[in-house]
Design a protein around this ligand. Sequence first.
Ligand code: PEP
Ligand code: MG
Length: 885
Amino acid sequence: NETVYPFGGGAPHVDARQKDKTVTGGKGANLAEMAAIGLPVPPGFTITTEECVRYLAEGGAFPESLRASVDKALAHIEKAVGKRFGDAADPLLVSVRSGARVSMPGMMDTVLNLGLNDATVEGLATVSGDERFAWDSYRRFIQMYSDVVLGLDHGLFEEALEIAKEDRGYFADTEMAAEDWRELVARYRAIVDQELGAPFPQDVTEQLWGAIRAVFDSWDSDRAKVYRRLNDIPADWGTAVNVQAMVFGNMGDTSATGVAFTRDPATGERAYFGEWLVNAQGEDVVAGIRTPQYLTRAAREAAGARPLSMEEAMPEAYGELARVFDLLESHYRDMQDIEFTVERGKLWMLQTRSGKRTAKAALKMAVDMTGEGLIDERTAILRVDPMALDQLLHPTLDPAAARDVLTTGLPASPGAASGRIVLDADTAENWVARGEKVILVRVETSPEDIHGMHAAQGILTARGGMTSHAAVVARGMGRCCVSGASAVSIDLSARTLRIAGRDMAEGDILTLDGSTGQVMAGEVATIEPELVGDFGTLMEWADRHRIMKVRTNAETPADCRMARQFGAEGIGLCRTEHMFFDAGRISAVRQMILAEDEAGRRRALALLLPEQRADFAEIFRVMAGLPCTIRLLDPPLHEFLPRTEAEFAELAEVTGYGVDHLRRRAEELHEFNPMLGHRGCRLGITYPEIYEMQARAIYEAACDVADEGGAAPVPEIMVPLVATRRELAILRALIDRVAEAVFAERGQRLEYLVGTMIELPRAALMAGDIAHEARFFSFGTNDLTQTALGVSRDDAGRFLSQYVEQGIFPRDPFVSLDVDGVGELVRIAAERGRGSVPGLKLGICGEHGGDPASIAFCQEVGLDYVSASPYRVPIARLAAAQAAL
Ligand code: PEP
Ligand code: MG
């Protein structure tokens, strides 16, 4: 297999491996593909991700054959461009960029203008006829290379540039003349000498290998690790390296550089969307150093901006760009995110990729493109990331609420957010850890701010456009973001800020509207989302294609109502213990637990019966005939015990027992390992009166609601933490007995099912046996994960992130099912259960029921339904459809 692939400049035919992102990375694969369809791509080559993995595995040693392959590929570029690398008269310059399988914005490093040294800079000046350009390029190169490859602080170079300007009385970089840049280069070289004790490398080959090494190494940088963890990207993918002939956007006023989307990435609107800068190079646009200009005349006019759009300033290059946009969309059948450069009037494509988009835009584009005939319904369903829907399932600002608008920036990432102002990423993380909601306010963000952006509810920046780091990352994370709000000025040392003349301080409350760019003082009221428009359309399509049903985990009428609005087709798990914690009941629950004998327990349970009955009746009403799985009491009793002095005193008052007596009982109930202790069906076995009361409440409520007319409830009574057939047999008999008693009293019969959770390894293995007593199984994968891995779900937080970082688990197994291990138990239980009872109803009610990857597994194993928390129901509907396709 090839380890280095040339592209562009008449490179040989592009094969399937070269187009495979897992081999050549996203950037490399798309560059090759663009070149193959005849678009203007500067010639270059890609070193595969496999070489990176090999390099890292070898502890930073380049694979044996790599040098020869790179030499050969470099010769390809030299031939295509007609220049030689390191040639003092007319040098080839290259860019070196990383490109992983998926884009990791701002995470990996880039070096531009590589190949410049004291000799080649003179050649570049002569050939380009532009001495200023040559020396500006050289100083940019030294600065970037020193930062990225040599590990020097880029602040040193910024400072030297500031001093150089100050000395000369200049204000802007554009005032620096060729001679000024030349002098600055000397200063830069001196900085390198001083900091490194060695000169800046003059050997272009050494420069190239240094840059390749830096890109490989950047895969394991701290910020890349953080990004991977937040985005569930495996550590073993590695990154490809792309080396490409430089084209220059900084060769005067007929040159430019820009970033564009074929449709609006925030709204999904079908309009070219982008930003560009005249006479600028590569990173200037994204870095937010200069505020970029609009691409189209319409966008410029809509924003009331003055600097000319590209459409107006460079009509020919713009026309060519528009043609390329259309070609790319019809080729990739998706919205593209593009980087381009215009060098003296000629357009060059530097990158294309499927563009990151907000959930709203994803839905609109999927539905629109289906209407345009670009994609079909199935592709539309597969196109939308289920998890991204989360962004739309949360409240937006109430249009009727009063707004104290301070200023308006760019609507970089939609959604609404209120929180306390924080001025740096660490503070954001710390305040969030203590339970605050925060808005991160920065001049501009950089990859070092990722953890703070993730912690924050929203992000506000003073500088940077719609494609700035803050905007791109926020959209990817689904965080609300307003960027480029130039009326914001920050005084970091005083921890204060001024927004359009209003003084504020860290800790003050701010509200952002990422859909309009408005920045408001104080908190603004929000409204609940509705699944209408494109969302509704895509959900309808998803429902047509999915096989599994989607239920919800809910126990309050409000949650049940919300879940039904989101499309839940029943309740998969009603955790009855949550009802025990209500203020009015906890005292009766405590009386029951602390009672000395059965008679005492029954007295307390009699108090709880009407309460539970009313709860269940309300749920049955909301669910209107849909199946409702109600789980009998599960948690260890000690969870309900009084803790504070006041709680003990109150209990003493109602029970008539002394506080000392109650304390002694509480101590007796103490368990060393309550999660493996007196909980689940063990409570039902030892205190049958508890389950008796609960079963009675369920049946009585069902009869009450059936009497009201309308659809009769279908209770599915579920026994937790079963390990053996005999446990379930005993409890099932009890539940059936109560049913007979209630039906006799009420003179009516209702349909109901008794089933069990499968949440212990023994239950999974003995499922064939247990199935004889069960009408359904519901996989409690939270406990099953805990018990199969022997990892406490309550304590795992301390070490699991390390496990994920070191690749021991690809993802947190409590979030995404450990398919290999825990999944195997699920598979065995499903097979054995249905082996005994063909067609046995199977579902899942652990947290994994709302995780798209786990849902795909559930489909594969043949479950009948998944159950997820209300906000996850739409996510599960879409994921279930994707799993079925
Ligand atoms: C489970 O264990 O997966 C489950 C759904 O029950 P709980 O989370 O209440 O223990
Ligand atoms: Mg459980």
